[in-house]
Design a protein around this ligand. Structure first.
Ligand SMILES: Cc1cc2nc3c(=O)[nH]c(=O)nc-3n(C[C@H](O)[C@H](O)[C@H](O)COP(=O)(O)O)c2cc1C
Length: 199
């Protein structure tokens, strides 16, 4: 398999600049995590495939970066066992979970267990695993990686997106350390967009 190294940029200098300026080195990691837990998100499983088989890990820190060109990003712990394998392939697929897939999220959050036992999937055009019954998927090639503290920020250029007919159901929501669902009786309030065609 062809191995490609993404562009790698270190944030070390920027991080020490921030620390010096703010004077804060005493923010407890648990306090930080608990506070950030008030920011609700969806849940994804980032997948890939190499000579040893399918790769995957649960990832909350995913977002859409750019529309033109289409770019997305996620953050992964520098200690991840899955990420070095994904990095070596130079590509990945983001699988956004549907409301009934919290078990799958837990299964892919475990280290070194057989994450793929009983999991249904098929390959994207590039060969990355597309999980069954997800809300949406985005297949990418890795174009940049930034080292930021105890995580890498990975940027992917989008090559393939799930077809419109794929998207049914509601998202799995993560909030304050718990999986949540949208309530069916909730009345959606439309967000204000600068440009209806854009964003
Ligand atoms: C709800 C949830 C969200 C998570 N989000 C992330 C994340 O954004 N980035 C990350 O590196 N790990 C995240 N994790 C932890 C990884 O899934 C976990 O450390 C990983 O699967 C460990 O396996 P690995 O060593 O094969 O990477 C999350 C776990 C859970 C349960």
């Amino acid at each position: 398999m062809e191995e490609r190294e993404p562009e790698r940029i270190r944030f070390t200098d920027a991080a020490s600049y921030r620390t010096v300026r703010s004077g804060r080195t005493d923010i407890d990691p648990r306090e930080m995590r608990d506070s950030m837990g008030h920011y609700a998100s969806g849940i994804t499983i980032i997948t890939g495939y190499d000579d040893s088989g399918p790769i995957g890990f649960t990832c909350q820190s995913f977002y859409s970066v750019s529309l033109e060109p289409p770019l997305v990003s996620f953050s992964v712990m520098t200690t991840s066992g899955s990420y070095p394998r994904l990095r070596a392939t130079g590509r990945f697929c983001v699988n956004v979970l549907a409301h009934n897939q919290s078990d799958l999220s837990n299964q892919f959050a475990r280290r070194a267990s057989d994450k793929w036992a009983g999991v249904g999937w098929g390959p994207s055009a590039a060969g990355n695993p597309v999980l069954d019954d997800t809300l949406l998927w985005v297949d990418c090639e890795t174009v940049a990686e930034y080292e930021a503290g105890d995580h890498y920020i990975v940027v992917g250029a989008v090559n393939e997106i799930s077809p419109l007919g794929w998207h049914s159901g509601d998202p799995l929501v993560f909030f304050k350390g718990n999986y949540r669902h949208l309530r069916s009786h909730e009345r959606p309030v439309r967000a204000w967009f600068v440009d209806e065609e854009g964003y």
